[in-house]
Design a protein around this ligand. Structure first.
Ligand code: TZP
Ligand code: MG
Length: 211
């Protein structure tokens, strides 16, 4: 198990970057306070995915910020990433653990409450409530957890909880107060005029509302 002590999680989406270079956006975000980054590439072939992951890893290593790869174990291994994030219909966390080292950060998306009691949730380093609020960035979702859902799941598990979905500086404080440990965002940072300032604003809200 890895101690997961991160607070502002950037999930990348090149389409959300308003035509700007993804690595530039990520670097600005990190300067503004993002402390963990997930490379999420849904269309890219493996070779290009690995190349991009290696570039991003080299950048993030300079800042001591871990790189998580979305749903692709060969890419995560090839890029020597710090971890992997899988969803309910991806490679199961127990399988990931059997194929990769124990020190890798393993994130698991929770779409149904029933996932909580499984061996998969048990081997994860953090659980992502996906989505906390419905979002146009990802529309194939099941449960909109809402603040009540965050609070309920908080009572049911001691695992670090990451909230994702339509998070902005406006609702960040309430989500932390409801029990999330970490907030993950795509558009609030990738599509911001200043990704650094957007990250700063989110980070400030998180710190303010941590009990
Ligand atoms: N998983 C659940 S919601 C989501 C992902 C990848 C997208 C979140 O994007 P945004 O723009 O922060 O709402
Ligand atoms: Mg997935």
């Amino acid at each position: 198990m890895n101690p997961f002590d991160y607070h502002l999680y950037l999930v990348t989406d090149e389409n959300a970057c308003l035509g700007r270079d993804l690595l530039w956006v990520v670097e600005e975000a990190v300067k503004g306070g993002v402390d963990i980054v997930q490379l999420r590439e849904k269309q890219m072939d493996s070779a290009a995915f690995i190349t991009r992951a290696c570039r991003l890893k080299a950048l993030l290593d300079k800042y001591n910020v871990p790189l998580i790869i979305n749903d692709n174990l060969p890419v995560a291994i090839a890029a020597d990433a710090h971890g992997i994030h899988v969803g309910n219909s991806d490679m199961p966390p127990v399988t990931v653990r059997s194929k990769w080292n124990d020190t890798a950060i393993l994130g698991y998306s929770i779409e149904y409450e029933a996932q909580l009691g499984t061996a998969h949730a048990a081997v994860a380093d953090y659980l992502a409530l996906s989505p906390v609020f419905s979002t146009t960035t990802k529309t194939d979702t099941v449960t909109e957890w809402g603040l009540e859902g965050v609070a309920r799941i908080r009572q049911l598990t001691g695992k670090p909880l990451v909230a994702i979905g339509n998070i902005s500086a406006d609702n960040a404080g309430a989500i932390i107060q409801a029990g999330a440990d970490c907030l993950a965002v795509v558009s609030a940072i990738c599509s911001a005029a200043s990704p650094a300032k957007a990250a700063e604003a989110l980070r400030e809200k998180i710190i303010q509302h941590k009990s």
